[in-house]
Design a protein around this ligand. Structure first.
Ligand code: MRU
Length: 352
């Protein structure tokens, strides 16, 4: 991704610190923040300074490398590693990518005793994970682009672009590829209550890339589908079960039902690291419940350029905030993966 003429990824490592674009303050402010130990990195994942399945996968991989850097010289290093990896695993429970990244670090350091080698191997693996996300995002773009016709209008939900998968993105990668191929695509971006990833982040990215788009209220998708204004839907995913059920940002299921009712293809774009071989069906995917404060308060910029958070709901009410839902396999036309286009009933075979 290119911001103000400079190349960035969503997350990277510099001299032992995990650096990331602060996604909490975009689109009004662009700032890079650094976290010098794994506990701080885990907190940045939980509070969504970094978010999106792929980017939190990379952050967890670098965080796991920090655990190894911090613990390699300790006499009780194996218990330090275990505790540190557990802290990172607990940071956000729904996405599979952080679990996959941490397991990769755990695997490559097995049996190594030399502290210098431990650190080197962990750092190299974390960087390899990061590089793979960039390349996989590019491939999602290539495979997904083939599904987009000239002049198509694509509906997307949440932010599944640069910021969410290190560089190209998952759902937005095919759109970027189609746009660069001159296909004149148009995007409808769901605002994505309650944290507004669509309105804040997808809108910011699409504007940077010059893709024509409109933000629409979360509850407007069926209205536009019925008018024939949406040709296909592409979203990302946080965890995909072996039967083809897929968890993604809350509201995705509703869009999939609407698309099915209107005969509109519904695609999920995700790298293979998002598929969970241990998870048989969507019923086994843990759904993160976040604070109701994210529902009742809204943060934005005032006309005077000040960021303010205001309460919208009455005092003392209860607000529920499930961060994800599961779209059943029968609502998904196909998965766009870095290994090609895969039907929901082919998922198990693909991973075996
Ligand atoms: O809560 P978030 O913002 O991390 O949720 C992100 C999504 O739901 C994305 O669609 C998903 O992570 C796929 S993008 C790689």
């Amino acid at each position: 991704m290119k911001i103000n003429g400079k190349n960035y990824t969503a997350v990277w490592m510099e001299r032992g610190a995990v650096c990331m674009i602060d996604q909490k303050i975009l689109p009004h402010e662009f700032k890079v923040v650094k976290f010098s130990n794994h506990k701080a990195t885990a907190r940045a994942i939980t509070d969504m300074t970094v978010r999106g399945a792929g980017s939190i996968g990379v952050a967890a991989g670098f965080g796991a490398a920090q655990v190894v850097l911090e613990g390699a010289d300790k006499t009780d290093r194996r218990s330090y590693f275990k505790k540190g990896f557990d802290t990172l695993r607990k940071a956000r429970p729904t996405a599979q990518d952080p679990f996959a990244a941490i397991s990769r670090i755990e695997f490559v350091i097995q049996g190594i005793v030399d502290p210098v080698a431990l650190k080197q191997v962990a750092l190299l693996e974390a960087q390899a994970i990061s590089d793979e996300y960039v390349e996989n995002g590019r491939k999602l773009g290539v495979f997904g682009n083939a599904l987009i016709k000239k002049g198509a209008t694509v509906l997307t939900h949440c932010n599944a672009g640069w910021l969410a998968l290190q560089d190209w993105g998952s759902a937005l990668a095919p759109i970027y590829a189609a746009h660069r191929a001159g296909k004149k695509v148009m995007v409808y971006a769901d605002e994505t209550r309650p944290r507004m990833q669509g309105m804040k982040l997808t809108a910011w990215e699409l504007a940077q890339e010059g893709v024509p788009f409109a933000v629409i209220p979360d509850n407007a998708a069926a209205y536009y589908m019925r008018q024939g204004k949406i040709d296909l839907v592409i979203t990302g995913a946080d965890r995909i079960a072996m039967n083809g059920d897929a968890a993604n940002k809350i509201g995705t299921y509703e869009k999939a039902l609407c698309a099915k009712a209107h005969g509109i293809p519904f695609y999920i774009a995700a790298p293979l690291s998002t598929f969970d071989p241990q998870c048989r069906t969507g019923a086994e995917i843990p759904i993160e419940e976040r604070s109701g404060d994210e529902v009742v308060f809204v943060t934005g910029r005032t006309a005077k350029g000040k960021t303010e958070t205001v309460r919208v709901a009455p005092e003392g009410i209860t607000a529920l905030n499930p961060a994800f839902d599961v779209t059943p396999a029968h609502c998904i036309t196909a998965f766009i993966t870095n290994a090609g286009i895969v039907k929901p009933n082919q998922v198990k075979k693909l991973l075996n």
